[in-house]
Design a protein around this ligand. Structure first.
Ligand SMILES: C[S@@+](CC[C@H](N)C(=O)[O-])C[C@H]1O[C@@H](n2cnc3c(N)ncnc32)[C@H](O)[C@@H]1O
Length: 222
């Protein structure tokens, strides 16, 4: 019988993994990927230790058609460096003297049983974006660097590859910057202002937008 929901193995590994996603956000990503990945691959920017990756890739696995590309240089964002607010000493490689989340990411994806559905890309988002040619994407999840340069860079790099009817999910939407920074929220506002996107919903701090079909009427001209 076809599986209808997230496996216990994936759920437990995702919940155990270090990361910054609520379970409700994760389950929303799972459902979105399950639906979207029937049309084209999904892509995330900012995998860290694989928490969001597991929810998304498990959606891909259940649908059984397309994988998830996972972009991260695995050296951590600014706020995850030594002395910063989200520094985690477990992720510091003493020999290399830098953050390295890749071993944690790989272990979690293996334990979740999702290696076949995850294509890790160990690079800066803009760097790989320059070489991304024809591959359409059904869903892009942006949770990489949270500076305006990084967040808008991710938006401009990856959204042109999303198919009509596909989804853009942005994490850490805080209308009040004091709660956690403003760049993802500014990207969401920017997208909402363009007629290309319609806002679908928000789950905790996860904003979800849908790319309008070409030629589809917008709310403004309806
Ligand atoms: C907030 S964490 C992602 C959390 C993850 N999505 C989760 O579910 O827990 C941000 C990640 O983005 C990565 N990152 C930051 N800037 C990046 C860039 N320009 N290109 C690729 N990855 C980047 C960092 O290395 C870090 O692992």
């Amino acid at each position: 019988m076809a599986e209808s929901t997230i496996s216990l193995k994936a759920r437990e590994t995702a919940l155990r993994a270090k990361g910054f996603l609520t379970e409700a956000e994760g389950m929303m990503l799972f459902e979105m990927a399950r639906w979207s990945s029937q049309h084209a691959p999904c892509l995330e920017v900012g995998s860290y230790c694989g928490k969001s990756t597991i929810f998304l890739a498990e959606g891909c696995r259940l649908t059984g058609r397309n994988p998830l590309f996972c972009i991260d240089h695995h050296r951590g964002s600014e706020e995850q460096q030594p002395g910063e607010l989200f520094y985690d000493a477990d992720l510091f490689d003493d020999q290399l003297q830098c953050i390295d989340t890749l071993p944690h990411f790989r272990r979690n994806i293996n334990q979740a049983g999702l290696e076949e559905w995850v294509i890790p890309v160990i690079a800066k988002s803009k760097q790989i974006g320059k070489y991304w040619a024809k591959q359409d994407l059904s869903l892009v999840f942006i949770d990489g660097g949270h500076s305006e340069e990084d967040a808008f860079g991710d938006y401009h790099t990856w959204t042109p590859h999303i198919i009509s009817g596909g989804y853009l999910c942005i994490h850490d939407i805080f209308p009040d910057p004091a709660d956690g920074g403003s760049a993802p929220y500014l990207v969401l506002l920017h997208a909402q202002e363009s007629s290309e996107w319609e806002h679908v919903r928000q789950v905790d701090t996860l904003g979800i937008l849908r790319k309008r079909n070409h030629g589809q009427q917008t709310n403004q001209n309806r």
